[in-house]
Design a protein around this ligand. Structure first.
Ligand code: ARG
Length: 457
């Protein structure tokens, strides 16, 4: 049965029904739909628009439907056009006349705007918690690896020594910004569209402040046309999810590189790896690759919704129904990626010796050798040239700066003394970097204290 059959003389073409229906995916928010309807009739009764008796019958009926869907006693079978029609039809079948009064002073346009907001509001918080779980895991790794030296890279070439804690801290920062974005979205979206009607409000004396309050919104939205056609918060969410996915993807790319035979900085746990059907020796980083791969899907959802919205005149247009499947998919995908990623890194082994050995060769301490000369009064540009010659010499002999004898040093510049070895040791290179944000232990400990504080609330 259609909610709008009165004006029609023919049945809907079956293909049209199938193309038009949204029940197959909007049933995901049946709870939100029922919660919104209960708030709506509670307000209608308070305003004297609906009798107390009808309100009670409707609320009891809706709660019964909620329980029955939750328990599986009531199946959401295909047939109704959308979840709104399904709930209203079921209600009327169950309680009769009163059920037909549920939709007084409401349109499906403000109803769907409300349902989606209620659904998304919870998901935004849920995703925030998953990001926080990941940050907690990163913080644990950081605390355990303040002295785990490794090469830091630029252009994927060894650059300067850092620690594993410092490297993890960079990702911690990215995810902190992600959480900030989710928080901002929540703050901006948390206004209630219910009572906006189809587009122009209603002639009933609705109390929109009251429904907003019942549904834990900060207040009602202030323009009924915008209320039914605003999908900005979904675009913002998809942009935030795209950024989370991009961060996870970068991290996965590094883990894939670190997990190669050539690097061997990490070993992904057996429980998070897969094998090859033909090559017995293989242990593949499939989970990291899949997370990296799913990023495309999240970006796709963002571009799809931006494109859907770009030509829409005010107010509601059916195009907007397209917001749901792609948003739901993006949310479920990102939630899965976050949970899997956290599991993968919490079980992963960091091979500290390999990391440290890698930092030792590759001249990651060349800048520090130049700074040593500067400390002895040599202008930086000259120091740069001298160390460049040291590197060339080492490359020819196949050794590291640390392996040169003092005589060899002095042959290139007489300024070098015995204290050069201490000055360019990995530990010194890292420990001397003590300004806030740098990898030195002192700086890192200050930052970790700040992070711990952030994760408290
Ligand atoms: N299923 C619709 C949607 O998702 C609900 C709103 C329908 N309103 C309408 N006037 N057709 O957007």
């Amino acid at each position: 049965m259609k909610l709008w059959g009165g004006r029609f003389t023919k049945e809907t073409n079956e293909l049209v029904h199938n193309f038009n229906e949204s029940l197959s995916f909007d049933q995901k928010f049946y709870r939100q739909d029922i919660r919104g309807s209960i708030a709506h009739v509670t307000m209608l009764a308070k305003q004297g628009i609906l009798s107390q008796e009808d309100k009670e019958a409707i609320v009891d009926g809706l709660n019964g439907i909620l329980e029955d869907i939750d328990s599986g006693r009531l199946k959401i079978e295909p047939g109704a056009e959308d979840i709104h029609s399904f709930v209203e039809e079921t209600l009327t079948q169950r309680i009769g006349e009163a059920g037909k009064r549920l939709h007084t002073g409401r349109s499906r346009n403000d109803q769907v705007a409300l349902d989606m907001k209620l659904y998304i509001r919870d998901e935004v918080q849920e995703i925030g918690h998953l990001v926080k779980d990941l940050q907690r895991e990163l913080l644990t790794i950081m605390e355990e690896n303040l002295d785990t030296f490794m090469p830091g890279f630029t252009h994927l070439q060894k650059a300067q020594p850092i620690t594993l804690a410092h490297h993890m801290g960079a990702y911690y920062e990215m995810f902190a910004r992600d959480r900030g974005r989710l928080h901002d979205i929540y703050e901006r979206m948390n206004y209630c569209p219910l009572g906006s009607g189809a587009l122009a409000g209603t002639t009933y004396p609705l109390d929109r402040e009251y429904t907003a309050q019942l549904l834990d919104f900060y207040g009602p939205t202030l323009n009924s046309m915008d209320s039914v056609s605003d999908r900005d918060y979904l675009i913002e969410l998809l942009a935030a999810l795209s950024t989370i996915a991009m961060h996870l993807s970068r991290f996965c790319e590094e883990i894939i590189i670190w997990n190669t035979n050539e690097y061997q900085f990490v070993e992904i746990d057996d429980s998070y790896s897969t094998g090859s059907s033909i090559m017995p020796q293989k242990k593949n980083p499939d989970i990291a690759e899949l997370i990296r791969g799913k990023t495309g899907r999240i970006y796709g959802a963002l571009v799809a919704l931006l494109t859907t919205m770009k030509g829409l005149p005010l107010a509601y247009n059916k195009d907007m129904q397209e917001d749901k499947e792609l948003t739901f998919d993006a949310i479920d995908t990102v939630k899965g990626c976050l949970a899997l990623f956290t599991g993968m890194i919490s079980t992963m082994t960091f091979k500290k010796d390999v990391m440290e050995a890698s930092a030792k060769n590759g001249f990651t301490n060349a800048t520090d050798a130049a700074d040593y000369l500067v400390g002895k009064g040599v202008p930086f540009r000259d120091a740069h040239g001298i160390v460049g010659r040291l590197v060339l010499y080492c490359l020819e002999k196949g050794i590291a700066l640390d392996d040169m004898t003092l005589d060899e040093y002095k042959a290139i510049s007489p300024v070098f003394e015995d204290d050069i070895y201490e000055a360019i040791s990995l530990r010194t290179c890292v420990e001397k970097r003590t300004t806030i944000g740098a990898p030195g232990r002192e700086a890192m400990e200050r930052v970790i204290a700040i992070y711990k504080d952030q994760l408290k609330d």
